[in-house]
Design a binder for this molecule. Structure first.
Ligand SMILES: Cc1cc2nc3c(=O)[nH]c(=O)nc-3n(C[C@H](O)[C@H](O)[C@H](O)COP(=O)(O)OP(=O)(O)OC[C@H]3O[C@@H](n4cnc5c(N)ncnc54)[C@H](O)[C@@H]3O)c2cc1C
Length: 481
């Protein structure tokens, strides 16, 4: 049986491997921008200034990411209004730069509700490494008493990262730099599927509904051709899958129809955790997670060592312009680093300081995706009472709750990141699809399955990729010879 998986982001990669390991003939079609080559026509000013003045993850400022982003936008065109809308046409897609937080504890109920078989769950665990950060500290630094705090409160949970623990050599990991330890940062070269370096222009179906043969119109560097498949699995990301499905089935005849795209808006603040220090050599990625609720709003929190922010800032300065101002800034950062290294009190304080990202549920945003005059549009927005209700009431309640768990917020007002820069997108196609990822529309055959987050009405509050991977594994269950 011939199966096509469209897109090699993390979902496409895992699904293509899963089906390939089951001995199906799997083609995974995805463009692969070579980030090493010098990109002709890429404006260096743009590389340095993309997303300037916007509050975003520091990773979005990385030069390598922005090179890929600019090249991607040449093939996947869209217009974003007040919405970051990131697509990356490289192997592993967004997961090449992700935070690798599996949101494992926060997603446990959601994943359980999928009722995966033991074999399916074992497959996921075989493919993706699961590293418990606090256990790592415990093993490497005898950090027992400190991690006891996590267990005592049962509010904070250790973050579980998609990181190969045994590959961490010097007991630390700067998570914002590309590294072999982080799953997804580098492509996995040996696969059980065939990679086609190209882009799917269209899914083509037979006019007679009973005839379920499907074809893909594929564009590679060399040519454009059509290939027949028994099953087509769409995993092109919440934005990419929307574009492909709309183009293939002319679903945008009504130009005015826009669909809600679910995403988490993020607030960011500084929190002091006196009882929860991180060691001298730390994991510069999320160390702790927490879930809480306020008036039916589920909130999810990731805690990053404050020192990782200093590391990122230093790297940005070293990478940036060689101006006098930057040199002075580098001196200040070096001074701060030495202070932390050499003075007990400075280290005591800074190693208990965390950048805290608060993921808000999709209910607080009103962002839309649609096609107008053949162009893909993303329009970002927040609920009208965002300022009054979320930034003031919900945030103040959260601050009070944190205090109960010996966690002290240090900012009067949190920073609110740019709309869409949370990069967890979902639900763009859910209006057209059944729960099993096939189309409600009768003229579209059942052997086309939309397996990524675009087909899910629901976006969990926690970092969602592990949920969407599990869900995709469930959706392809029906494939058998
Ligand atoms: C900085 C950053 C930090 C993040 N941190 C976390 C985290 O800690 N935890 C977490 O759970 N999530 C995190 N995320 C989000 C996570 O990375 C994404 O949700 C996830 O990678 C989405 O995977 P995907 O496979 O659905 O889509 P994508 O990664 O978007 O992949 C889609 C692929 O499909 C290809 N494609 C698109 N259209 C076509 C077409 N027509 N033909 C062929 N191929 C096509 C694209 O080129 C791409 O390779 C983060 C993201 C970023 C950028």
């Amino acid at each position: 049986m011939n199966i096509a998986v469209i897109g090699e982001g993390i979902i496409g990669h895992i699904i293509a491997s899963y089906l390939g390991d089951k001995k199906y003939n799997v083609d995974c079609i995805s463009p692969n921008i070579n980030e090493i080559k010098e990109h002709a026509g890429v404006n260096n000013y743009l590389i340095n200034n993309f997303s300037e003045n916007k509050t975003i993850s520091p990773k979005l400022k990385r030069k390598d990411l922005n090179k890929i982003r600019i090249e991607t936008e040449k093939i996947f065109k869209k217009k974003c209004s007040n919405f970051e809308g990131l697509e990356l046409a490289n192997k592993m897609g967004l997961a090449k730069f992700w935070g690798a937080n599996l949101g494992y504890e926060g997603l446990s109920k959601d994943i359980k509700s999928l009722k995966l078989t033991k074999g399916e769950w074992d497959y996921i665990k075989k493919k993706i490494p699961f590293m418990n950060v606090q256990n790592f500290y415990k093993k490497r630094f005898n950090w027992d008493k400190k991690t006891a705090f996590v267990n005592k409160h049962n509010f904070f949970k250790s973050s579980t990262l998609a990181v190969y623990e045994n590959k961490i050599k010097d007991n630390s990991l700067k998570g914002f730099k590309p590294s072999k330890e982080i799953f997804g940062n580098f492509p996995i070269e040996r696969t059980s599927f065939t990679r086609i370096n190209g882009r799917v222009l269209k899914i083509q179906t037979n006019e007679k509904p009973k005839n379920e043969s499907c074809y893909l119109l594929i564009e590679t560097e060399e040519n454009i051709y059509s290939k027949k498949y028994d099953y087509i699995i769409v995993a092109s990301g919440a934005i990419g899958s929307f574009r492909l499905v709309m183009d293939s089935f002319n679903l945008y005849q009504n130009n005015k129809l826009f669909h809600k795209i679910n995403h988490h808006h993020i607030l960011s603040t500084l929190v002091f955790l006196p009882k929860m220090p991180y060691p001298r050599k730390y994991i510069g990625m999320s160390n702790l997670d927490a879930s809480t609720n306020y008036e039916n709003l589920s909130l999810y929190l990731n805690f990053f060592p404050f020192r990782s922010l200093i590391d990122i800032y230093k790297l940005e300065l070293i990478d940036g312009e060689k101006s006098l101002v930057n040199k002075i800034r580098i001196c200040i950062v070096n001074f701060l680093e030495n202070l932390i290294k050499n003075f007990y009190f400075a280290r005591w304080f800074f190693h208990r300081l965390y950048i805290t990202n608060i993921y808000l549920p999709a209910d607080v945003t009103s962002s839309y995706i649609g096609i107008k005059n053949d162009k893909l549009f993303l329009i970002g927005g927040l609920r009208s009472d965002f300022e009054k209700y979320i930034l003031k009431r919900v945030f103040n309640k959260l601050v009070k709750k944190l205090k109960l768990y010996d966690a002290y917020n240090l900012l009067i007002k949190p920073r609110s990141i740019s709309v869409g820069a949370d990069l967890h997108y979902a639900s763009s196609l859910s209006n057209y699809l059944k729960k099993d990822g096939t189309f409600k529309l009768k003229n579209i055959p059942k052997n086309i399955i939309i397996a990524d987050s675009s087909s899910s009405e629901y976006l969990p509050a926690a970092n969602p990729s592990l949920y969407f991977i599990s869900r995709a594994i469930k959706l392809v269950r029906k494939i058998h010879s």
